[in-house]
Design a protein around this ligand. Structure first.
Ligand SMILES: [Zn+2]
Length: 351
């Protein structure tokens, strides 16, 4: 059932989505095979398997090294579009960290070239696979926090550049400004000015919060950053008042159960608070975050709801529909996607 269900994915990172054949192709054409542990898909798949956080970060860094030109980025986008199509994902908001690519890793790559690569890939994906892609540009919070010095004087850097890139990207499908990386020692409040400007210029505030830090981080994202949705946010469960606010304001959470378990925030899927958040009335969505690096798929995440938590088909479908309603697809597109989703429900006699 879940394989066939039309899906929307709201929280997934480009560097955690690349299929092994594309990784090899990109490495080969850029003379970067020495960055990889081998030249077969099997080796890449084994290397992808999550071991610990440091290995994870290392793999992500290599993926970013491969996204060095507009052509490479277009090819990567095409490849992920093919995978999304195979999962019957109809719409995805994919997170990219342009600062790492343009300012850190690839001195020859301009933001215009990055946007052009994304756009070329996105068009091919729409034409060939019928999958709609939008982008979230996220601020690498630890790098940006290092810019925050001298008792509060902000030195413009990663946060401001990311904002400028996201503003430039509005005509190329960028719908929001994100905030990624490790929350520890990098609370959201420092970025309030950047998110305020983003929102005043039509971008949505889509920070990660409440994953590696607790309720205070979610509180900061909601209030200082005026989050329109929260990446993870699951640790809001630790604070009843905050939970009440999330319910009252219906701020959607982008939940990735397998990711939270791999990164050791919960020992097992069974311990994950998704059902309790859902029960409390929080608007929960189901996502993969880094599917290739944590060995999951969006269908598998939905299956976990049934296999681990005993969710009924209609409750699974209810959460899947949440992802469409919580998306930032343009109104016409969103309406069309919901019509398609509801027709699928009716065709399968799901209440
Ligand atoms: Zn994430």
């Amino acid at each position: 059932m879940v394989e066939d269900m039309p899906k929307a994915e709201l929280h997934v990172h480009l560097d955690g989505m690349l299929p092994p054949h594309t990784v090899l192709q990109l490495a080969e054409r850029n003379g970067l095979l020495d960055l990889l542990p081998g030249d077969t898909e099997e080796t890449i798949n084994r290397w992808f398997v999550f071991r610990d956080f440091f290995h994870f970060v290392e793999v992500v860094r290599v993926m970013k090294r491969l996204l060095s030109t507009a052509d490479n980025i277009a090819l990567a986008v095409y490849a992920i579009g093919q995978d999304l199509k195979a999962e019957n994902v109809r719409y995805a908001e994919v997170t990219i960290t342009p600062y790492s690519l343009v300012d850190i890793l690839h001195p020859d790559l301009t933001i215009e070239e990055l946007l052009q690569g994304l756009e070329t890939g996105r068009r091919r994906v729409r034409e060939e696979f019928g999958v709609e892609l939008r982008w979230v540009f996220d601020i690498p919070r630890n790098r940006a926090f290092a810019d925050y010095r001298n008792g509060g004087d902000y030195v413009p850097g990663a946060a401001e550049n990311t904002l400028q890139y996201a503003l430039l990207g509005r005509d190329y499908g960028v719908i929001g400004l994100g905030l990624g990386g490790n929350e520890v020692n990098a609370p959201p409040e420092a970025f309030a000015h950047v998110f305020a400007q983003a929102k005043s210029e039509g971008l949505r505030s889509l920070p990660h919060a409440g994953e590696s830090e607790g309720a205070a981080s979610v509180h900061g994202a909601m209030n200082a950053l005026q989050a329109d949705r929260i990446g993870h946010g699951v640790r809001a469960i630790e604070d009843q008042r905050l939970l009440d606010q999330l319910v009252e304001r219906q701020i959607p959470l982008e939940v990735s159960m397998t990711c939270n378990v791999y990164l050791n925030f919960y020992p097992r899927i069974e311990d994950h608070p998704l059902p309790r958040l859902d029960e409390a009335g929080v608007l929960v969505t189901v996502n993969t975050d880094d599917p290739r690096l944590i060995g999951t798929t969006l269908s598998r995440e939905y299956r976990l709801l049934k296999d681990v938590f005993g969710y009924s088909t209609s409750d699974i479908v209810r959460l899947a529909r949440n992802a469409f309603t919580a998306s930032y697809a343009e109104p016409d597109l969103k309406a069309a996607l919901l019509v398609e989703f509801d027709a699928w429900k009716v065709a399968h006699s799901i209440p």
